[in-house]
Design a protein around this ligand. Sequence first.
Ligand code: GLC
Length: 475
Amino acid sequence: MKRIVYLLLALALIPVALCAQENNLHHQSSTYQWPTDPQVKDKLDNWQDQKFGVLIHWGLYAVPGIIESWQICSEPWIERDSTMTYDEYKKWYWDFSKVFNPVKFNPEQWAQAAKDAGMKYVVFTTKHHDGFCMFDTKQTDFKITNGPFASNPRADVAKYVFHAFRDQGFMIGAYFSKPDWHSQDFWWSKYATPDRNTNYDIRKYPWKWNRFKQFTYNQISELMNNYGSIDLLWLDGGWVRPLETVTDEVRSWGAAIPAWNQEVDIPRIAAMARKAQPGLLVVDRTVAGPYENYQTPEQTIPDKALDHPWESCITLGNAWGWVPNEQYKSPTKVIHKLIEIVAKGGSLLLGVGPRADGTVELAEVKILKQIGDWMKINGQAIYGTRISSVLRDGNTFFTQSKDGKTQYALVCLPEGQSVPKTVEWKGNLPKKGAKMILISSGTKVKWTVVGNTVKVTLPASFSKKGEYPALAFAF
Ligand code: GLC
């Protein structure tokens, strides 16, 4: 009886939990505006070739191993330790800045693991919503270069993260949160902090908000001028946006919307940033228009192919930052998502969170390596491709080379089953007499077409392989 009650309770809580997760997810804008600056267009095209990147969340939240920043926000969906008052909780959290000392900080290990996975670009949290800066800003003392790690020769961590990834040939992205919950010009301690927005009325205190705007400008200017070459500026916290961009669609996403205009002047920031970094991609999430150079649906894949640039950001585990006892997605699951995303014209930005000591968990490194083992030999059907006129047939997805001369079929095989002797798909058929290659072995395969279906026979040796995430064919 007791068990049944628990079960019913647990079931009743599922919608609440899902809803809670929904609350801090960024959706996909429904309109897209192509850039006009030729350097931005070039970089965007180059970025669209990369397909697979890593989103690294690293900050104070790694110390206790909790959700990134959100636990200090007082929205109803956020659970907290009930033995502490909200104020105590915030203090407890801010004080991690006094103990965060990642003595094993090893961005070379991160970059190697990402490279081994077949990733080609990185986005690193230079500052998350909690306002703790992982770079040496002059605008606040709330930064990694001011705590116990200050005396470490690599205290300015963003610099060394970018450096390590640049050394592996990655495109470099700076994640920056527009909201800053530590700033007195965002969350003013004069008032309570009931939600993610500024807790004072900007219309009443314009001078205060102007100071915040300048602070944001100055921090981004530091990042754009002092950290070498940067390819993309990934601006999180889409609710910090001009009031006139709050459409019904934005309202339907459910986050609290303030009555005042919470905009930080992205056009001015972008102009400054592009002066320092010509061609820089600006990704002002969910603020559709000239500064959302690509769209960023979160933890989800759009249902159809889109021919403008977009990227799904999806966690390898469940959380963005490091948490204890995380459940990771299997390499096959990640590969299948990547295939679907690429066939639909997007890129996958996979979330990995290093531990507070500065290293990535070996369990994650192992999964990344297994993804890379597949990518290394099948990447031809992924990197540099574009959408094909046929998207999919069931679990088979199609891409094509940029010049449109080669079609690729990617057959996702069910997890836990051995490679079959033959596979078939409908819709995207090879031309009569065309050569078809199994990319992973480089061998020619036999195929026959009956009606609208092509049936492909795999090399005998390949069928003995056992389990394999997906087969890639070129024709
Ligand atoms: C959402 C979350 C934020 C996270 C980001 C990553 O914006 O609010 O915490 O960093 O997604 O995509």
